[in-house]
Design a protein around this ligand. Structure first.
Ligand code: SAH
Length: 248
């Protein structure tokens, strides 16, 4: 996958991408990320990317020309049509399902906003407008990294063990992950559940299913409506719901 990220703060993108799983994927060439400095697409001496809003009001607005020029340059280099994602608190909510959809694409462009955001006409050149949550950040660099990270780890060969991706929260049939433990078996009187050390794989599997279900029921019951449960899980869920009804 190739990804172009347009920003006025290239270092905010480049440095986080140097480390960890994404860093290795870029090194190996599985992932090709180009960070485009928006100021490189200005034509004036002061390399101005923003201007005051028409109609007045506080703050500055990102000008359309540098962004249009950046998109033209990327299109010329990569070939059209482009999938252009605008990061924006007004966008559609970014979810795991959205990450899965985007991970199937060969090429993505991510636009990082700043100040009061983008001149409205920039939306004409955008295919998707994505929000990473209902809060407002100072810029689109962190959202672009969030989107890229979630999308890239779904690509074959990026995360070493494909099983680990398949079993994640949200991916594992729409349930939260079961709790995980590692050594030592006991610390400060806190013990690892006996079943996990029993070597009984059938019991471990069932324990994990029950824990994933009870966690989802307690923390994110909304996810259960869309979850894709097998018969054993349906039965476990009925038991868990019965137990919580009794407590009420
Ligand atoms: N005035 C704008 C907010 C601008 S915030 C408005 O009310 O819609 C500045 C930039 O930060 C945005 O252009 C966008 O790129 C980014 N940003 C802020 N919050 C975001 C969020 N929740 N999701 C994605 N991008 C966000």
């Amino acid at each position: 996958m190739t990804v172009d990220i347009v920003t006025i703060f290239p270092a905010m993108i480049e440095q986080p991408l140097a480390a960890g799983v994404l860093g290795r994927a870029i090194e190996r060439g599985t992932l090709d990320v180009k960070v485009r400095d928006l100021r490189a697409f200005t034509t004036d001496r002061h390399r101005v990317v923003d201007d005051v809003p028409y109609g007045g009001g506080p703050g500055m607005v990102l000008k359309p020309e540098p962004i249009f020029r950046a998109l033209d340059a990327i299109a010329a280099e990569r070939g059209t049509p482009l999938t252009v994602i605008m990061t924006s608190p007004q966008g559609r909510r970014f979810t795991q399902a959205e990450a899965e959809r985007l991970s199937g694409l060969a090429h993505l462009v991510l636009l990082c906003g700043r100040y009061e955001g983008f001149d409205e006409r920039i939306r004409e050149r955008v295919t998707d407008e994505l929000s990473i949550g209902d809060y407002v950040l100072t810029g689109g660099e962190l959202p672009a990294l969030v989107v890229l990270d979630a999308v890239a780890r779904l690509m074959p060969g990026v995360v070493g063990d494909e099983q680990s991706v398949a079993q994640d929260t949200f991916t594992n049939r729409g349930l939260l992950n079961h709790p995980q433990y590692t050594r030592p078996p006991e610390i400060d009187a806190l013990r690892v559940p006996e079943v996990l050390m029993s070597g009984n794989h059938a019991e471990i599997r069932k324990w994990r299913k029950r824990e994933a279900l009870s966690r989802t029921l307690a923390r994110r019951p909304d996810l259960l409506d869309a979850a894709n449960l097998d018969e054993e899980e349906e039965q476990l869920l009925r038991e868990l719901k019965g137990a919580s009804d009794e407590r009420d």
